[in-house]
Design a protein around this ligand. Structure first.
Ligand SMILES: [Zn+2]
Length: 412
């Protein structure tokens, strides 16, 4: 009787404090995963929904979604009972960690934005090796790069509606406040991530301004160390590019490929060559001198005649804060990381269904009955695999990553 009383007392207490140690209960392993179970079914559903939306498989003219028991890599057509590979020709091909982990990473990155999640964090949270964690992150980055053209074309449509052909801003020098009311003006700017400190042998005499702070000095080899980022934003979506310098030949094609000609575009003084192409381009002079000799700069140096660049400046801060978590990324991986960040920002404003529609419009993205991809996208699929293989060096920590072995896990 006494024993029972003690047992009941103990079991009542146990749930209220985690530190209570009962020698009779099975030992809880020190593994974090075992301590805090993730809802794997839920994350599997997240992953499946992303896959079904963006890379649906068509068979008998209907999307195939029916899973097969004990075959996580296959789906079956309900009409002709044909099996299809679930992951082939997607950025997740040959993935040999459980699929829910990818679902978890997608959802977590989405919720966390503008903060980022590093490979180390993934490794600790999921209990997988650092290499697998980094590979998983690379897959998400490749997915982001893959979807960026579709996102761009959605933005282009949005801008064409916002700024129709007859839309004109007042002449340069006149106040634009009335003309841009209820309009989502596009701002563009550049920023430097991981700049060289001045004393660290930067290439001061060859390049000027921002560009100089991303290269080492000629004496030390002159290689690129920092990342120069070009950003275009309307306050909702954002486009990021990694660029080698700030010349018109580098920045011009980026802007002309992403913005329609009639867009109202506000920048700082670094884009003097742009007015020839974009009639609605206005600049704000950040170093405008004050007429009063007591002050160095004018009061209206941040906003002149309603033209300002604050959307970009705000975003600069967001990006810099986010990328500080990585400590350092190599310039050669900068595009991947930037696209990943931009992807999750854009996902908040662009509908995933619309994105899928846009991809389907292009046609080349949809997978046909055999799981193969039509035309160019087949090459894209191969390229994705190569991208992962050649990403031997990771960005956020210097450690080599073995290319994934080509295995036949999902071919049959
Ligand atoms: Zn079928």
């Amino acid at each position: 009787m006494m024993m029972v009383g003690i047992m009941v007392g103990e079991s009542n207490h146990a749930p209220s404090s985690l530190s209570t140690h009962n020698p009779n209960s099975p030992q809880i392993p020190q593994n974090q995963q075992a301590n805090f179970d993730l809802n794997t079914q839920y994350y599997q559903a997240v992953f499946d929904s992303v896959l079904n939306k963006l890379w649906h498989i068509l068979c008998c003219n209907e999307p195939v979604t029916k899973p097969i028991k004990n075959r996580p890599y296959s789906v079956r057509c309900e009409k002709c009972f044909r099996q299809h590979s679930k992951l082939a020709h997607t950025p997740f091909r040959n993935m040999r960690i459980p699929q829910w982990m990818a679902g978890w990473l997608i959802e977590e990155s989405y919720i966390r934005h503008p903060k980022i999640i590093t490979a180390i964090e993934i490794h600790k949270k999921l209990g997988i090796s650092y290499r697998s964690a980094l590979n998983l992150k690379r897959r998400i980055q490749v997915m982001a790069c893959y979807l960026m053209p579709a996102m761009k074309s959605l933005m282009n449509k949005e801008l064409k509606e916002e700024f129709p052909a007859q839309y004109k801003l007042p002449k340069p020098g006149e106040n634009v406040t009335d003309a841009i009311q209820n309009k989502n003006v596009v701002h563009a700017d550049t920023l430097v991530l991981y700049s060289m400190r001045e004393r660290y042998g930067r290439k001061r005499h060859k390049n000027k301004g921002l560009t100089s702070s991303i290269y080492r000095s000629e004496k030390l080899g002159g290689e690129q160390v920092g990342t120069l980022v070009h950003q275009i934003t309307n306050g909702k979506w954002v486009l990021l590019d990694s660029i080698p310098n700030l010349t018109a030949n580098t920045v011009g094609p980026i802007i002309s490929s992403s913005l329609p000609r009639n867009t109202a575009l506000f920048t700082d003084e670094g884009y003097k060559w742009l007015f020839r192409i974009y009639p609605n381009h206005r600049m704000v002079n950040h170093s405008k001198k004050s007429r009063d000799k007591r002050y160095r700069y004018a009061k209206d140096r941040w906003c002149q005649n309603g033209v300002h660049n604050q959307k970009s400046e705000a975003l600069n801060n967001s990006i810099k804060t986010a990328f500080r978590s990585y400590t350092y990324i190599k310039p050669k991986f900068s595009k991947l990381y930037l696209n990943e960040w931009a992807f999750f920002r854009n996902l908040r404003h662009l509908d995933m269904d619309k994105l899928a529609e846009e991809m389907a419009c292009h046609g080349e993205y949809a997978r046909d009955g055999r799981g193969a991809v039509a035309g160019d996208a087949k090459m894209e699929g191969r390229r994705i695999k190569n991208d992962i293989i050649y990403s031997e060096r990771c960005g956020d920590k210097e450690e080599s990553v073995k290319p994934p072995l080509v295995c036949s896990i999902n071919t049959k």
